[in-house]
Write a protein that binds this ligand. Structure first.
Ligand SMILES: Nc1ncnc2c1ncn2[C@@H]1O[C@H](COP(=O)(O)OP(=O)(O)OP(=O)(O)O)[C@@H](O)[C@H]1O
Ligand SMILES: [Mg+2]
Length: 324
């Protein structure tokens, strides 16, 4: 049970979209937002859920909260079918939609929290403890009496994260929780989530377009594209899937024509600037023999190896999708 805290088997969501195409004429079109997704998340894991715009991430999260009913497949969270027992599940999950707030716009933060205290029937002591902790760690002290509409985006987001945690949810869905935040606020939010996961074993499903969030928080990442899961594994493994390249930056004694390694056709010079040359080679190939051969054939002064950056890998992965 604990190893299958979140379970999806062939889950689908099809939207019927009607579009006006002329006078009294409407066209019906199906959008397969989620197209047969299966995965398992064990309790306590923190997983990244990423993909390009319109891939189906938010739709998946809405099904996991019970806001949307799947068109097909089977879905369980903590053994509960979300759309059938939405209220029961609500006590066990927390959600943050970065794009819109779950707080009451005209109320000060503190009043929103009071309402949640009652809505979720949180025991008084537990509520106070959780609120104190969030206020301290998310730096909300000075903001509690401020109406939500007067908060900056970053302040509001921290307020939303606290709101999602007051009832001790076992699982937290975060849909772009760092969107629009400055570097300092992002670091604060990430630190908070890391501690939460470590101390309370809260299961976290994290959607973001900021891959640093994933790099810093998630060992496992799932990539969704056109409603399908195209990758599920370690972040490091994405490099292989994306057929990424590493770069060898070599400083020669003097300006020379682009170097060639007859034995290694996979190595290409991608840039030359005076005596410095950039050589791209497959990430799966070891750099050591390349360096040895270069040193034997060329007047080498210095060199360094650059790892592919994960953003480039993912961009390449999306771009290589034949469906695009
Ligand atoms: N209520 C709806 N009615 C019709 N189509 C919808 C609805 N909600 C989402 N869609 C469509 O489903 C697809 C997936 O949308 P979704 O919001 O899940 O994407 P996403 O991965 O969250 O993208 P983003 O990164 O932009 O937030 C899109 O093509 C979108 O237009
Ligand atoms: Mg979305």
């Amino acid at each position: 049970m604990d190893s299958d805290f979140i379970e999806l088997d062939g889950v689908e969501k099809v939207f019927d979209v009607r579009r006006r195409t002329g006078f009294l004429r409407r066209e019906r079109r199906e959008v397969r937002a989620v197209d047969g997704i299966s995965f398992r998340v064990p309790r306590g894991e923190m997983v990244g859920y990423i993909g390009p715009n319109g891939a189906g991430k938010s739709t998946t999260i809405k099904m996991l909260t019970g806001i949307l009913t799947p068109s097909g497949g089977r879905l369980r969270v903590a053994g509960i079918d979300p759309s059938r027992e939405r209220t029961k599940l609500a006590h066990r999950i927390g959600v943050v939609f970065g794009q819109r707030t779950t707080l009451w716009w005209d109320l000060p933060l503190r009043d929103s929290y009071r309402l949640m205290h009652r809505m979720y029937r949180i025991p008084d002591r537990r509520f106070r403890e959780n609120l104190d902790r969030c206020v301290e760690l998310l730096d909300l002290g000075a903001l509690l009496e401020v109406p939500v509409r007067q908060l900056s985006l970053g302040q509001r987001m921290r307020g939303d994260i606290a709101a999602a945690l007051l009832h001790d949810p076992e699982v937290l869905y975060l849909d772009e929780p760092t969107i629009g935040l400055d570097v300092v606020s992002k670091a604060k939010v990430r630190g908070f989530l890391r501690d939460l996961n470590a101390e309370r074993s809260t299961t976290v499903l994290l959607t973001t377009h900021d891959l640093t969030d994933i790099e810093q928080l998630c060992r496992r990442v799932m990539v969704i594209d056109h409603g399908r899961l195209v990758y599920d594994g370690a972040l490091a493994g994405l490099h292989e899937v994306g057929e990424s390249e590493r770069t060898l930056v070599v400083d020669l004694e003097r300006e020379l024509p682009p170097v060639t390694l007859a034995s290694d056709p996979s190595v290409r010079v991608v840039r030359v600037e005076g005596p410095r040359q950039w050589l791209a080679f497959p990430a799966s190939v070891s750099a050591a023999p390349l360096v040895a051969r270069l040193a034997a054939d060329y007047p080498l002064v210095d060199l360094s190896v650059r790892e592919p950056d994960i953003e480039a890998v993912i961009a390449k992965m999306y771009a290589s999708d034949p469906a695009l």
